[in-house]
Write a protein that binds this ligand. Structure first.
Ligand code: GLN
Length: 485
């Protein structure tokens, strides 16, 4: 039995019946990492010794009659922009290469409470800026379905590790699609919760008004279970929502009779690969057959979503990343003779090309004279987009679209052309601008054998509708394929 390819809920049952131990699971996952990750490169750091140690402790806990909760004894990989106490957290950047946090992110504390296993820290685009994982200081991640292709980004490691059986589940962050797009390209489930549902305390900030942590898994059941663990109010994050946290597993209902689905025309047109489009259309047909109503709608201001995002996200990034100055964190150029020179040399060498590009765009947009023309205007258009969504959700329960306009593209294909790279975020960015919950689930394989992702967007705090739709479609689609690696 390949334990590394079972889901967390299947493994939990086997732990409960004492059929297997956490050590068995952990060894299976670590063995897979050892044999495959040289090729895939989804891990920046592998925590072999401490993972096995934790697994032994969990096994003792279980033998001693301790509770087996969701993710007790289960390896969950963590994106390397989420702080883990005593374990390097690099953001895949040279500037943080040797940064060891002195505290755990809130979500890590929550996972530890359930006695999860940390197999290691996962690769990503530097500071979560990118859509292909090619912007990592530690080298690109390869797509397990075809190693000449990208896994998507910025959470390429979290997506590829789950697809390749190198983790049971994982956690990533999503600022403009960084959970959903790589999930789509790697054939796994990726969920971005409502902004504010998951604490960002200990998530190294990219664009604070957009960033949100969320799960990767192989099915909706694990996704809901992981949401149960990580969601909830945290006084350490001022944007955290102080309200009830539902039991997300209650929304795993295979029933969408009467559900009203809107399909935004703007996300189904230009540049969408015909195979992606037909996959989404066939899922919509299934939804219709199950008793949901499906209607094409228009969200006119989506036309501006990319432009708005690529002003707001870099502006926030330029401010957030000013703290990496060689004084407080990580890398410092020691040859500099003056403080100013030290800042310059440290940042010039510490940051990669894409991060510098974003800092420059953001600094420009925020500078005197341009602030009104760019940043402030972008904020206004963001409000128009939010209003458009509000209008749509007064009529529809969920919106459905492709997650990514294309399947996984070739490594190197878009690196010379940032604009083409930015365009691949067209379907995912709107949910971040409006703070909405959204998931990507596998919808099938293309004729080249590459995964296609389907996106379901819900209204603020209406994870219930998103989960119910995703669960029902997951059952109807029956995606069981696995990469042959
Ligand atoms: N691909 C988008 C970007 O490069 C989104 C990244 C993300 O969600 N972190 O900004």
């Amino acid at each position: 039995m390949e334990l590394n390819y079972l889901t967390a809920h299947e493994l939990r049952e086997k732990l409960q019946s004492r059929e297997i131990s956490s050590t068995d699971i952990t060894q299976s996952v670590l063995g897979r990492i050892k044999s495959k990750d040289k090729d895939i490169n989804s891990y920046i750091r592998i925590e072999e010794k401490s993972a096995l140690q934790s697994a032994r402790e969990v096994d003792n806990h279980i033998t001693g009659g301790g509770n087996i909760e969701d993710f007790t004894g289960i390896p969950v990989g963590i994106k390397d922009n989420i702080c883990t106490r005593g374990i390097t957290t690099t953001c895949a950047s040279r500037i943080l290469k040797s940064y060891i946090p002195i505290y755990d992110a809130t979500i890590i504390k929550k996972l530890k409470k359930n006695n999860y296993i940390l197999p290691g820290k996962l690769n990503m685009d530097e500071f979560a800026m990118g859509s292909s994982n090619e912007n990592s200081h530690f080298g690109p991640v390869k797509n397990p379905w075809d190693k000449t292709r990208v896994p998507g980004g910025s959470s390429g490691g979290p997506a590829a590790s789950v697809a390749a059986g190198e983790a049971i589940c994982s956690l990533g962050s999503d600022t403009g699609g960084s959970i959903r797009q790589p999930a789509a390209l790697c054939g796994v489930v990726g969920f971005k919760p409502t902004y504010g549902m998951v604490s960002r305390y200990g998530l190294i900030a990219f664009a604070s008004s957009l960033d949100q942590i969320g799960p990767f898994s192989r099915d909706m059941e694990d996704c809901a279970a992981l949401l149960n663990v990580i969601c909830g109010h945290d006084p350490c994050d001022s944007t955290s929502i102080n309200g009830e946290v539902p039991d997300y597993k209650n929304f795993l209902k295979d029933d969408i009779r009467g559900l009203k689905i809107g399909v935004p025309r703007e996300l189904m047109v230009e540049g969408i690969d015909p195979e992606v489009k037909s996959s989404v259309e066939s899922a919509l047909k299934m939804a219709g057959d199950m008793g949901a109503s499906v209607e094409e709608i228009s969200i006119p201001n989506l036309e501006y979503a990319l432009n708005v995002y690529y002003i707001i996200a870099p502006s926030e990034a330029s401010s957030n990343l000013s703290r990496f100055d060689g004084v407080r964190y990580g890398f410092r150029d020691k040859s500099a003779k003056t403080l100013r020179k030290m800042y310059q040399l440290t940042r010039a060498q510490g940051f990669g090309e894409e991060v510098k590009r974003r800092i420059m765009i953001g600094t420009y947009c925020l500078s005197a004279g341009y602030y009104d023309a760019y940043y402030e205007k972008a904020l206004k258009v963001r409000t128009l987009i939010i209003n458009d969504f509000n209008k749509a959700f007064s009529k529809y329960d969920v919106l459905i679209s492709p997650t990514s306009p294309t399947t996984a593209f070739k490594l190197g294909e878009r690196t010379e052309d940032p604009l083409t790279m930015y365009l691949s975020d067209i379907c995912t960015i709107p949910a971040n601008l409006a703070g909405l919950p959204a998931v990507s689930i596998p919808a099938g394989l293309s004729s080249e054998g590459l995964p296609i992702g389907l996106q379901i967007i819900g209204n603020t705090l209406r994870e219930d509708n998103v989960i119910r739709t995703a669960y029902s479609l997951e059952k109807a689609i029956g995606f069981k394929a696995r990469p042959k690696i």
